[in-house]
Write a protein that binds this ligand. Structure first.
Ligand code: ADP
Ligand code: MG
Length: 691
């Protein structure tokens, strides 16, 4: 019986149901999944060293023959096998720690391929290798298969061994390779000097040289980007994102009123960005603009002015925020600020009382222009956004690509404004948005005093709490942030819940509140309100306050187990303080203040520039983590890396645009296969589903 690309992995020769389940854990469900389950890294065994050549400290792979061996239990939990071994050049001692199961197979006279670290053994004056991986070479065939080649190393899951998965993938490859369909048009391959697909996939699993590998990788990365861009571009055309829209007639009367009502005047940077936005709104083309501005740079006011512009033009203004806390806060703030203007302002979120929701929907449905603030629940079917003139998406990187497109689609292609405090690398912008205009708020409101940030070990907690008391006496407020909600068995960290209890005892004279992600939205809002009104002086929280929360009277932030946070996240958290005119303090509590810890935190203790911190963070952690796009639905590519492969992305994007310009329906002979590929990623090879 022949297998197809969609056959279940358990039918691959040598797999079966039990191992099949392990493969599922690795995300491998079908034969196709195995074919494009690319190695994590490679072991280059083309030229293995001999004993004479190895040096102390090297990590080596080497072929040895066992002369003699012994084993002993040194103490409980430490078992050692020692062997004297040799190759044609010299003697070497090999040791295996806690791998007693090998006793059954290791015998004098046996040839082994071992991988491990070389150390000197002062007693024997023989180099010693601490073996971490062992392969037994029983036959000439084994030797031929395992040496002189580059060996793929795959990701593993518990219960699966490297040699095993290597064999499975090899089987999958032998079975499936004839099924591989290359849908990239020939002339695109020719024009851009791209390798054929089957040789490329072969080379990725079984590289023959660095040059060939690079060419193969290029081909696969190109495919991943190309088909993704092709889909996005098609979508974009369908959604008429560049299409015409009604220009808004803006009188600026409401806006000017708003300026007068503000207790401060806007910064030059805010004014400049607002100017750019209003220009856009007056054009018959939908605005598509991203505002980048560090935490505290005053993006909310820019958003409000933009919403007012919509109202002036008789349209609804929509603001979508990533969390309920933030949506509620925006709502309360905007409602308060706009109270004198007689403008309807309504909130829509996931969990609401039925009556409240009906009221909200009634406001939205009414003929009068209103401001609608909400979470992603706005995307839900029953909300009518057809009269939307402007749509603003706050902290945009927290939303998925498709979420955004759905919302835009629903609202009939409105003017769109995206706001973010995190700089987004160009490749990410292109992947998620295509072409966006960019505005930067490169100035903070005057009178801001930069928080003093220090890294301290937890021995100093008493002093820090003392400092908190000093500020509390001045009627200021404190945040204490914990990384986890509940004690987890694996990670021994103080949780917010435990922390809250002890902090509540320490600060007897003050009101301490607790807020975390697992609380009901109403409870969260209640606590936030009490903190805002200074009925609660100390807010113990998890990262739910990370984004957008605005309580200017808070001047101290203590971040427990700061090591657990990313740098950008710490910067966002720290952005919650230093919002008033007073000196504020941020204490990063870390178990160690070793040089390494200091180095990691240096960016955040030395600079207040969120963009610099984010750049540094991107380098350390990669964009997926920093931008939180992993959960937000940015595609997971097999090989492509948005930062490293930006040039390929740019090319793939250019080609995708060109193709659709030539043949929007992809119906010509040259492009029909592209359509096949877009329509079915299951029967074809490389590509990404959008969701
Ligand atoms: P973010 O860019 O992080 O969203 P916000 O819009 O929340 O920043 O603004 C941070 C704080 O600064 C708020 O308390 C806001 O009222 C205040 N603010 C904004 N613009 C100005 C300004 N031009 N002058 C003084 N304070 C301002
Ligand atoms: Mg904000």
């Amino acid at each position: 019986m022949g297998l197809s690309l969609t056959s279940d992995v358990q039918y691959i020769k040598g797999v079966g149901p039990a191992i099949g389940q392990l493969l599922n854990k690795l995300g491998l469900y079908t034969l196709k999944d195995c074919l494009i389950f690319f190695p994590r890294e490679y072991d280059d065994r083309r030229k293995l060293p001999c004993v004479k050549e190895v040096e102390c400290g090297d990590m080596v792979t080497i072929v040895l023959t066992i002369e003699s061996m012994s084993d002993k239990k040194i103490k409980k939990g430490l078992h050692v096998i020692e062997a004297v071994t040799f190759d044609s050049s010299d003697w070497m001692k090999a040791v295996w720690f806690n791998q007693a199961y090998l006793l059954k197979v290791l015998k004098p006279g046996l040839k082994l391929l071992v991988k491990g670290k070389v150390e000197t053994n002062l007693f024997t004056y023989m180099p010693q290798i601490n073996v971490s991986e062992t392969e037994i070479l029983r036959s000439v065939d084994d030797i031929k298969k395992s040496t002189g080649v580059i060996i793929p190393i795959y990701n593993l899951t518990a219960g699966l061994y490297q040699a095993q998965i290597r064999e499975i993938i090899k089987q999958a490859f032998m079975t499936g390779k004839t099924l591989i369909q290359d849908n990239l048009s020939n002339h695109i391959k020719r024009e851009h000097n791209l390798m054929e697909l089957l040789p490329a996939i072969t080379e990725i699993h079984y590289p023959t040289s660095v040059e060939n590998y690079k060419k193969a990788r290029y081909r696969i990365v190109f495919d991943e980007f190309f088909f993704y861009q092709l889909r996005l571009e098609k979508q974009r055309i369908q959604h008429k994102q560049i299409a015409k829209t009604t220009p808004l007639i803006i009188t600026q009367s409401l806006i000017n009123h708003y300026y007068q009502a503000l207790p401060y005047s806007l910064t030059n940077a805010q004014n400049k960005v607002i100017h750019e936005i209003l220009e856009d709104l007056r054009k018959p083309v939908a605005m598509n603009r991203l505002i980048q501005g560090d935490v505290g740079s005053g993006k909310t006011d820019v958003a409000i002015v933009t919403l007012l512009a919509a109202i002036e033009a008789g349209k609804n203004g929509v603001l979508m925020a990533p969390t309920e806390i933030l949506a509620t806060q925006h709502y309360l703030k905007i409602k308060g600020l706009l109270a004198p203007f007689n403008i309807q302002c309504t909130l829509l979120k996931g969990k609401m009382k039925k009556r409240e929701k009906e009221e909200s929907l009634a406001v939205i449905e009414s003929s009068e222009a209103c401001i609608i603030i909400g979470t992603h629940s706005l995307i839900e079917q029953y909300v009518n956004l057809s009269n939307c003139g402007v749509m603003i998406i706050d902290e945009q990187h927290r939303f998925g690509v498709m979420q955004r497109i759905k919302l835009q689609d629903k609202a009939n292609n409105p003017h769109c404004l995206f706001m973010t405090a995190t700089p987004i690398p160009r490749s990410y912008m292109l992947t998620c948005f295509g072409d966006l205009d960019k505005s930067i708020i490169d100035e903070l409101p005057p009178g801001r005093v930069r928080p003093v940030t220090s890294l301290v070990t937890d021995e100093f907690l008493p002093q820090i709490y003392q400092k908190c008391v000093e500020r509390l006496r001045l009627k200021e407020q404190v945040y204490i942030v914990f990384p986890l909600v509940e004690e987890s068995e694996k990670v021994d960290l103080k949780s917010a819940v435990d922390g809250f209890e002890s902090i509540d005892i320490i600060f007897k004279e003050y009101q301490v509140g607790l807020i975390h992600g697992r609380m009901k939205p109403d409870e969260k809002n209640e606590i936030m309100k009490e903190f805002k009104d200074n009925k609660i002086q100390i807010l113990v929280s998890t990262t739910v306050i990370e984004v957008g929360v605005d309580v200017p009277n808070a001047t101290i932030m203590v971040i427990q187990d700061a090591d657990r946070f990313g740098l950008s996240q710490l910067h966002q958290l720290r952005g919650r303080i230093g919002r008033g005119g007073k000196q504020s303090y941020c204490f990063l509590i870390s178990k160690s203040n070793s040089d390494q810890a200091k180095k990691r935190f240096k960016a955040i203790t030395d600079t207040a520039d969120g963009f610099k911190i984010a750049e540094y963070d991107l380098k350390i952690r990669g964009p997926g983590d920093v931008l939180g796009t992993r959960q937000a639905g940015l595609p997971q590519f097999q090989l492509a890396d948005l930062l490293r492969d930006e040039q390929v992305l740019l090319l793939a994007r250019k080609v995708a645009k060109q193709v659709l310009k030539e043949d929007p329906e992809l119906s010509s002979d040259g492009y029909r296969s592209l359509k096949t590929q877009l329509e079915s990623f299951t029967d074809t090879m490389i590509g990404q589903h959008l969701n």
